[in-house]
Design a protein around this ligand. Structure first.
Ligand SMILES: C[S@@+](CC[C@H](N)C(=O)[O-])C[C@H]1O[C@@H](n2cnc3c(N)ncnc32)[C@H](O)[C@@H]1O
Length: 212
């Protein structure tokens, strides 16, 4: 393709192939993306403040680290992983600014088995829904490897298609189907994802599952 006709990369229009591309995620954070709201998602904040998170906490696709830093503020052992360095540098700077101790690692969740660590609480805000079916298999294999028996997963994903994002929507049935092997689905609730570009928030699903 002639470079002059190549559409510019933007966090507001997501080329389908780019979602698995580390370079794309690095670039997205040069221009603050719509999901980077500078505070935890309210659905996760409510859970954390209510004591639902415990022990060693891992946030997969942690972005600039708001959920990791929330866990750290609550006194939990907190780790965030992301495929890109750019958000992790921002997360580290926030941790230093706020005087919080948390660990941030560049890792691809699809190869998480190599981490050789286990966690009591695993968080995913906005990652699972970007993956193709094959990537979801690799993601689930990694997640099963790092979650202790009886460990809990809290996952927030789009409940419907979003403009500029490939339609890989999940409904409650397909979500619980995906988490049948190695997990017990405790609940799937309607939720909202706050966004810098949608005042009303984005319709979402909140999955809570326990590792069997
Ligand atoms: C929609 S953003 C959500 C970020 C963060 N959870 C939040 O709520 O602000 C998805 C994040 O997943 C990261 N990501 C994408 N593919 C990944 C992969 N294969 N492994 C780990 N992180 C990935 C991206 O770099 C991005 O930070």
């Amino acid at each position: 393709m002639n470079p002059s006709t190549t559409p510019p990369l933007s966090p507001h229009t997501t080329p389908m192939a780019a979602l698995t591309d580390r370079a794309w995620w690095e670039q997205v954070y040069a221009d603050r993306p719509r999901w980077d709201i500078g505070r935890p998602q309210p659905a996760f904040a409510r859970l954390a403040e209510a004591g639902a998170w415990s022990g060693r906490v891992l946030d997969v696709g942690c972005g600039t680290g708001e959920h990791v830093l929330l866990a750290a503020r609550l006194g939990l052992d907190a780790t965030g992983i992301d495929i890109a360095d750019a958000p992790l540098h921002i997360a580290l700077a926030k941790a230093a600014e706020r005087g919080l101790s948390a660990r941030f690692l560049r890792r691809d969740v699809r190869t998480l088995t190599v981490l050789r660590e286990t966690f009591d609480t695993v968080l995913d805000c906005g990652l699972f829904h970007i993956f193709t079916s094959a990537d979801r298999d690799a993601y689930l294999e990694g997640l099963r490897a790092v979650t202790r028996p009886n460990g809990r997963l809290f996952l927030l994903c789009f409940a419907g298609p979003q403009p500029g994002t490939p339609d890989r929507r999940l409904d409650a049935t397909s979500l619980s189907e995906r988490f049948r092997n190695g997990w017990r689905t405790d609940s799937i609730q309607a939720a909202t994802l706050d966004s810098r570009t949608d005042a009303a928030g984005i319709p979402a699903l909140l999955l809570t599952a326990t590792r069997t």
